[in-house]
Design a protein around this ligand. Structure first.
Ligand code: NIG
Ligand code: FE
Length: 414
């Protein structure tokens, strides 16, 4: 069965051949085709072009026609950083922050990540799965077609396995492209308060080998930050993970620049994420590397911390990716349309830069650049059709408004 989407006012982010990523000045450009069509077969894009060049329907019995009715077609968002599997919301801490406490102060009182850990440990795998699936379905309707999901609210072998098995079930039961990241080193659990080394031993010697053996993680992550894990811990974890063929995607420079960027880059991390605080040496480490700087403006918006210097990064020739960081503490939304708006309004990125940073560049940061991230022959047919909108800039412009009409994942309308 072939599907053709016709009468597309503008087809956004087309590519002749998949690029590795888009960096620096090049981020200012996207390729589009006005008055276009796309053809899809067996879940993949098989051709696209302008309506004037469309050959028409050869086999009426085996072709489904979707009329975009003047809407635009975009590749779905790739959200390369989320903590989608969690047990409960944390609006009590949100109120505490309104009343003057900081994220760090709340964490020091036993709230924050450890609050989510307590709740997750008491929640069954089935309940976690059902909640995560409902969230994922909501995100798909908002245009997300690929997502990375981290563990990190378990912090015991069993609870970390429980989260990673939920992610595995999501992979098996949905058409969304999903990558799993083991974030056992997310916070130091209460039982190891004065024995961080003991906890690192548990993560490295017990959790990691078991998770690698069961093939439950595509990537490994650590929260490299004052009060959490050090640069030395980061090096130790990434070295151990590399031995299993697992690369890093690390939480670095959220509150303090302590050297986590260079450590991650040196050990072949696929991405370094957060980067609200950047030192000269961090830019130096990223230059010429294969590591994607990934910014999480939803977290800055929600916690009221500084936004990452996206413009400086692009001026230095670096690529930039934007992801949601969807989690109950620092960014309780996975709405990538809103992330795109924050990219424009707060990071001062242009709509073209934002489109590149949420599609091709986040696909790279998930290791799926050959499959997703653009409208390209051979890539998966994960795309969305908008309502009739005046220009593609209208998408990040009209924040808080849903302009997405239909979503196709793996060639199927959702
Ligand atoms: O990416 N910074 C570390 N981890 C998450 C927050 C987790 C939480 O507060 O529950 C983040 O912002
Ligand atoms: Fe995060």
């Amino acid at each position: 069965m072939k599907t053709v989407i016709k009468n597309i006012a503008e087809l956004i982010q087309t590519e002749k051949t998949p690029r590795k990523w888009v960096a620096g000045e090049d981020m200012k450009n996207i390729s589009t085709i006005k008055d276009a069509f796309v053809e899809v077969e067996n879940g993949s894009i098989i051709s696209f072009g302008s309506m004037a060049d469309w050959a028409g329907i050869e086999d009426w019995n085996n072709t489904e026609v979707i009329d975009a009715e003047g809407g635009m077609v975009f590749p779905t968002y790739c959200d390369s950083h989320t903590h989608l599997v969690f047990a409960a919301s944390r609006e009590d801490e949100f109120v505490d922050r309104i009343n003057g406490l900081t994220y760090t102060e709340i964490a020091q009182r036993g709230g924050g990540i450890l609050n989510s850990v307590k709740k997750l440990q008491d929640t069954s795998q089935d309940d976690l799965y059902n909640d995560a699936l409902a969230r994922l379905n909501e995100l798909v309707q908002m245009g997300t077609g690929a997502i990375e999901i981290k563990s990190g609210y378990g912090l015991t072998l069993d609870a970390e396995l429980k989260i990673l098995r939920v992610i595995k079930r999501l992979k098996e039961n949905t058409d969304v492209t999903i990558k799993a990241t083991f974030l056992g080193a997310h916070a130091i659990p209460l039982g190891y308060k004065n024995n961080k080394e003991g906890y690192m031993d548990l993560v490295i010697n017990e959790m990691l080998p078991k998770i690698a053996k069961e093939n439950l993680a595509d990537y490994v992550d650590i929260f490299c930050e004052e009060g959490y894990f050090t640069v030395a811990d980061t090096i130790r974890l990434l070295e151990a993970a590399n031995k299993f063929g697992i690369s890093g995607k690390t939480h670095v420079n959220q509150f303090n620049a302590i050297g986590g960027v260079k450590a991650s880059v040196d050990l072949g991390a696929l991405s370094v994420d957060h980067l609200e605080e950047m030192a000269d040496e961090d830019y130096e480490a990223l230059k010429g590397s294969n590591c994607m700087p990934t910014l999480l403006p939803g977290c800055s918006f929600f916690l009221g911390i500084p936004y990452s210097p996206a413009k400086q990064m692009m001026e230095k020739g670096l690529p930039v990716a934007l992801a949601s960081d969807y989690n109950p503490g620092s960014s309780p939304s996975g709405n990538m349309n809103f992330i795109a708006s924050l990219g424009c309004t707060q990071l001062k990125m242009t709509p073209e830069e934002v489109i590149n940073s949420t599609t091709i560049n986040t696909a790279y940061a998930m290791g799926i650049g050959k499959e997703l991230g653009s409208i390209c022959v051979g890539k998966k047919a994960n795309l969305f059709i908008t309502k009739s909108i005046p220009s593609y800039a209208y998408l990040p412009y009209s924040f808080g408004k849903n302009v997405i009409e239909k979503v196709m994942i793996n060639g199927k309308l959702q």
